[in-house]
Write a protein that binds this ligand. Structure first.
Ligand code: ACO
Length: 421
């Protein structure tokens, strides 16, 4: 007999089945809870709520494990290219060399966008945040590619996926070129996916450009590390928007908005802004540590703490090593990065942070690495979005293929009861 959980309420006992994943995580299947008991569960922030069964990413926050389709993040960062990882996430298996070539070739061929998109881009003020612009441009892609996609047709789905993978880096780089007042670049067919991201962002009109191996290596790792993270805020957004049968591009556009927030992907930008603020204030890290611990002060140490990783963030371990390598190879001596190092050491040894299991997360180091690579602060979260794209696509596809019901949580109403107008 399979395991179950009993719930007693008003002299009655109700039984709910347990479900178990391949990594032995257990959950109570409460699909029939309301029908049986009239009750709902209350779980703000969904800290204990599983919204789906998923075969894509496994993470164990206590043990600091992160795997995509069973492969450890450490192995993938060491041995794979970002585009291989994208294929793995989206299609479920690592590509054969032939499949990888075909996938890369299809993406290269589709690396164009309608020139009219430039008109939309031009109408944004220069000060517009790149994440807002990216979300809008991604949404605008729908207008330029209005054919609806039959989810049952693998060929049509593949075409939509290739289109998004190909066009997204162009739009992302354009948000940067716009801020800098630079001409808008297209991909160079002879470069790899990651090289092309660097090329489209950094190529100056009057100079040849060859992306440096340090930059490409670090970018490759960063993109892989960010490629998926199971049911986080932006991914849940993509799935819930898609659950209404809104299309892939519209769902991803919403995911970009969710990622923008400083409690999620926007933290990498917030980390550098915080470090710069500490520097401008005289560089006293202890003062900011005290602020972070003061419950009367809303200040939080950005880049510390994580909803699920309570021992360490395995991505942070990899990216810290990469950050050290990049700083050394580029011979960078940046006072802001010195502040980061002091803050990290102080927090790691502080009882407040130790007690609450607050460790540096991936965003603490990714901000540092992006800064060292010369990527402007306001582009950090866009870089995150570039990495997360295959994860969003994979999760959207899984949700639609399983024909999941529309996402629609309930609530406990606490407003006024009926009153007369
Ligand atoms: N600085 C100071 N105190 C903190 C921090 C922090 N960065 N993070 C959490 N705490 C404290 C809280 O005040 C709380 O203290 P209390 O128990 O005395 O009330 C305790 O630690 C638990 O914090 P919660 O907010 O309940 O933890 P939650 O899991 O809800 O939040 C989050 C996780 C949002 C990441 C939080 O740690 C935070 O705001 N960190 C800073 C922002 C950040 O770096 N975000 C990036 C996350 S990684 C990513 O999205 C890719």
């Amino acid at each position: 007999m399979s395991d179950s959980v009993k719930l007693s309420y008003k002299d009655q006992t109700f039984e709910f089945p347990l479900i178990e994943g391949t990594e032995k995580e257990k959950g109570i299947d409460i699909k029939s809870l309301r029908a049986q008991t009239g009750l709902i569960t209350y779980d703000p922030g969904y800290k204990n709520t599983g919204s789906c069964e998923s075969e894509i990413t496994f993470l164990d926050g206590e043990e600091g494990i992160l795997r995509y389709r069973g492969y450890s993040i450490e192995d993938l960062c060491e041995k794979a290219s970002f585009i291989e990882v994208a294929f793995l996430l989206i299609f479920g298996e690592l590509p054969t060399p032939k499949e990888l070539n075909l996938f890369s070739e299809e993406i290269r061929k589709d690396s164009l966008v309608d020139e009219d998109l430039k008109t939309i881009l031009k109408s944004f003020p220069k000060a517009a945040h790149p994440m807002g612009v990216l979300s809008s441009l991604t949404s605008a892609l729908i207008a330029f590619n209005p054919n609806s996609v039959d989810i049952e047709s693998d060929a049509e789905m593949r075409e939509a996926i290739i289109m998004l993978m190909a066009k997204f880096p162009i739009l992302a780089s354009w948000t940067h070129r716009k801020v800098k007042g630079l001409p808008l670049n297209y991909a160079n067919i002879s470069f790899s996916y990651v090289e092309n991201i660097a090329h489209m962002m950094f190529k100056m009109p009057h100079q040849e450009y060859e992306p440096s191996p340090v930059l490409v290596n670090a970018l490759n790792k960063l993109l892989i590390l960010h490629a998926d993270h199971e049911q986080n805020c932006s991914t849940s957004t993509v799935r819930i928007v898609g659950s209404s049968h809104a299309g892939l591009f519209a769902s991803v556009s919403s995911g970009i908005s969710a990622l923008w927030g400083p409690l999620h992907g926007g933290a990498n930008q917030a980390v550098i802004e915080m470090l710069e603020a500490i520097q401008a204030d005289g560089g006293d890290t202890k003062k900011f540590m005290a602020k972070a611990k003061d419950k009367e002060d809303p200040f939080r140490l950005m880049g510390f703490g994580h909803r699920v990783y309570k021992n360490f963030d395995p991505r942070a371990r990899i990216i810290k090593k990469a950050a050290d390598e990049v700083l050394q190879e580029l011979g960078i001596n940046d006072p802001v990065l010195e502040i980061a190092k002091s803050l990290e050491q102080e927090a790691l040894n502080d009882p407040y942070f130790i007690k609450r299991k607050l460790y540096p997360n991936v965003d603490f180091y990714s901000g540092i690495i992006y800064r060292a690579l010369g990527i402007p602060t306001e582009m950090f979260t866009v870089m995150f979005a570039l990495g997360r794209l295959p994860g969003w696509i994979a999760q959207w596809l899984e949700m639609r293929k399983k024909n999941e019901p529309i996402g629609r949580p309930r609530q406990i109403y606490t407003g006024p009861t009926a009153r007369t107008f």
